[in-house]
Design a protein around this ligand. Structure first.
Ligand code: FAD
Length: 398
């Protein structure tokens, strides 16, 4: 049988993982990665604040899929074949051990994304994978796998692996070839809020709050951080991920309600208020809230911090209760979370056979990574989807 020609569009996470795993199985085949940029693996380089959050210490596929607002159902099978533990083993075997942080995120022990990049480049070079940079690929015919390279040449590979990430150009080209594309919208962003209750308090954080938006029903629980622009941290990022489409439809103007005491019901809070008796309101609050936030909250509510808890009027008590259990903020706009951001949208999952990551209607064409309508919450899950898709496509592409 003749050696196959394999073209990989995109020198990013999914592209390299596919190419290396394919070549490991079919060393005689001619594998080339085409990258439009001057350098490869750029997102890996800047990922996780330069440390690369490679994957997550979540080793049960059933638990893992819950981090994927888009792709939950489709990824369960693939994660049974290649999951976080396999990723850890793969890098370890190649001299890049990973470590687990307290929140489950996994990074190279070196704390440098360069370790991942060097590993990929060394493997690719050792195996004879060709890397062609500054070469933008266009698809003339997906059915016939006919591609045009920006360098002018036309190629017709036996295997085509699409890993261009969130590329409007490729999504448009695919659409023109008849592939269903779900319109992309941003995911993993922070909320812009101007509100006197958080003004001047940037840096104050809360360990555990619950946030809901006025448009969805997802109760996003986790840490919350006040920033110079509004609110951030996992509770906000998770909400931005799960409700990415709803919040986009609302043009990023919506209300959120924050429960600062998700473990207490309103009666528990009332009891705590009553128990404070003659203590001064401005002194230590019984809810464990940061002192500066508490003082600001009562100041903005117009409650005298020198007053006593026992002297609170009924309306003042209600106001405090509301500020603690259902504190409403108006969001106006979003900001990029610099550690990680992705697109929600891409190739419609109906187009993909998840046993192989092949496009059902286009034999010999495979796709993985952010080009698919799969995205996850922050924490290493987006890379894990790229590794899983890249690996499964590689073992099936023969
Ligand atoms: C700042 C930031 C930090 C992040 N941190 C993390 C993290 O720590 N953990 C995590 O899990 N996820 C993280 N992510 C998300 C993660 O980087 C992506 O999910 C992942 O890179 C997707 O891999 P990919 O291979 O699909 O796409 P990419 O890594 O984006 O690679 C696609 C490549 O294809 C190239 N390309 C596009 N079109 C063409 C074309 N027509 N011809 C040739 N080449 C083309 C692009 O230039 C690019 O190099 C982060 C994202 C950002 C933006």
């Amino acid at each position: 049988m003749d050696n196959k020609v394999v073209a990989v569009v995109g020198g990013g996470a999914a592209g390299f993982f596919f190419a290396i795993n394919y070549k490991a199985l079919h060393s005689v085949d001619d594998v080339t990665i085409y990258e439009q940029g001057k350098t490869v693996l750029n997102k890996v380089r800047i990922s996780g604040g330069g440390r690369c959050n490679v994957t997550h210490a979540c080793f049960d596929p059933g638990d893992l899929v819950h981090y994927y607002p888009r792709g939950r159902k489709e990824l369960i099978g693939p994660f049974h074949r290649w999951s976080c533990g396999d990723t850890v083993g793969w890098f370890e075997e190649r001299g890049v051990p990973l470590k687990i942080e307290a929140d489950g995120r996994m990074f190279p022990v070196s704390d440098r994304s360069e370790s991942i990049i060097n590993c990929f480049i060394e493997e690719a070079n050792r195996m004879g994978i060709k890397i062609v940079k500054q070469c933008k690929v266009s698809i003339d015919s997906l059915k016939d796998r006919r591609l045009t390279l920006s360098k002018g040449a036309s190629i017709n590979p036996d295997v085509l692996f699409l890993a261009p990430g969130s590329s409007k150009f490729i999504w448009n080209v695919l659409k023109a070839n008849g592939v269903e594309i779900v319109e992309p919208v941003p995911s993993l962003f922070t909320f812009n809020i101007k509100d006197p209750r958080i003004k001047g308090l940037a840096g104050i954080s809360f360990n555990d709050v619950e946030v809901v938006s006025e448009y969805g029903s997802y109760q996003s629980r986790g840490p919350l951080l006040i920033t110079h622009w509004g609110l951030s941290a996992p509770s906000i990022l998770k909400l931005s991920s799960v409700e990415a489409r709803l919040l986009s439809a609302a043009h990023y103007s919506f209300k959120i309600s924050v429960d600062f005491l998700p473990d207490l019901n309103p009666d528990d809070v009332q009891d705590l208020i009553i128990k404070q008796g003659g203590k001064k309101l401005g002194d230590k609050n019984p809810f464990g809230l940061p002192k500066r936030y508490w003082r600001k909250l009562i100041e903005v509510a117009g409650i005298n911090s020198e007053g006593r808890w026992a002297d609170l009027k009924k309306e003042e008590r209600s106001l405090i209760l509301e500020s603690l259990k259902a504190c409403t903020f108006q969001v106006k706009g979003k900001s990029t979370f610099k550690e990680e951001f992705v697109s929600a949208g891409g190739i419609d999952l109906k187009e993909v056979d998840f046993r192989s990551f092949g496009l059902k209607r286009y034999p010999g064409v495979y796709a993985a990574g952010e080009v698919l309508n799969i995205d996850a919450m922050t924490g290493g899950f987006n890379f894990q989807a790229a590794w899983t898709g890249g690996y499964i496509a590689a073992i099936n592409a023969s």
